[in-house]
Design a protein around this ligand. Sequence first.
Ligand code: E4P
Length: 218
Amino acid sequence: MKFFLDTAIVDEVAKMVDTGLVDGVTTNPSLIAKTGAKLEDTIAAMCKLTNGPVSAEVTATDSQGMIEQGISLRKIADNVCIKIPLTMEGLRATHKLSASGHPVNMTLCFSANQALLAAKAGARFISPFIGRLDDLGANGMDLISDIRLMYDNYPALKTEILAASIRSVGHMREAALIGADIATLPTKVMMDMVKHPLTSSGLDAFLADWEATGQNIL
Ligand code: E4P
């Protein structure tokens, strides 16, 4: 399973890349807006920090505008992935951009049928939003299961499932058990994944016992 960091904060990516856990980055207009930084500067900096795909989202709502913005975003760096919302205009743009060799991440996916359309259009990634479905009282993880089953019925479909809107370590565990290809997660969730109270208390005990021996390694 690949991990993308879901952030528009360049420093967060810079701090995490040396873990070897970061396979790419996803941003969206809301995350960019929160930083106050310029989209181009943020994406360019992130593309230097990772060789993996860095998703940058178009804001045009017509297919021609999406295509033009997408091509413009792709000029920032080779590893920019064009993020396009799951509308009919978005599908048109995805079809054209993908056919020309541009990687597209179709976002704001809330149904398996939308994911099927995205795959037919040639999207490289589909981003089903787990947390936002949970927020409405639905089970977002059911959507990941449905898309996994659907895509596995048609091996010719090469679109990768990018589990998005992840809010907790529980989401990560379930998405991995279902077989999502990728998860995009906030830095806090990545940090939380390593934590276990028995790891902390076990390490404290090992270090105290070692200290008592008076020995040193090397
Ligand atoms: C990633 O591609 C999405 O933009 C992101 O995961 C959305 O997360 P949120 O629902 O927590 O805003």
